[in-house]
Design a protein around this ligand. Structure first.
Ligand SMILES: [Zn+2]
Length: 132
């Protein structure tokens, strides 16, 4: 199972084995997964899945799944969780109000002077100042 790196097993209720059997019997040991086409998988099921991932262990939130559908669903949920974490860890985007010098692209310091303000403009330096 893919639970080795999660606390999934610890979060299951003490009566989980009993709950599993109730759900499997209720669902006739048939996979309850519904495909995007609307059809039901119906394959022999030996796994019990939380319809909405989390700690809601009520029968209404549990369904029998075959190994294939359970693995596919768990993989999708794991991917969603990883994506959420990745989004949280992404560096903050540059503040749209951050001031940049239009000439050098460098940030303007707090005093309003560019980091390069005291250096001669490289473009002007290479031109003959005929018009100045
Ligand atoms: Zn299935």
């Amino acid at each position: 199972m893919g639970w080795a790196n999660s606390d999934r097993r610890d979060r299951l209720p003490p009566n989980w084995q009993g709950l599993r059997l109730v759900v499997l019997r209720r669902d006739g040991y048939r996979c309850q997964a519904v495909f995007s086409t609307g059809g039901r998988c119906g394959a022999p099921a030996n796994q019990v899945d939380h319809i909405v991932a989390g700690d809601d262990h009520r029968l209404a939130n549990l369904q029998a799944l075959c190994a294939f559908c359970h693995a596919r669903k768990s993989s999708a949920e794991g991917h969603a969780a990883r994506s959420a974490r990745a989004t949280r860890n992404r560096p903050a985007e540059e503040h749209p109000g951050a001031a940049r010098s239009v000439f050098s692209g460098e940030y303007v310091t707090g005093k309003g002077t560019s980091v390069r303000a005291r250096q001669p403009c490289p473009a002007l330096g290479s031109l003959s100042p005929l018009w100045l």
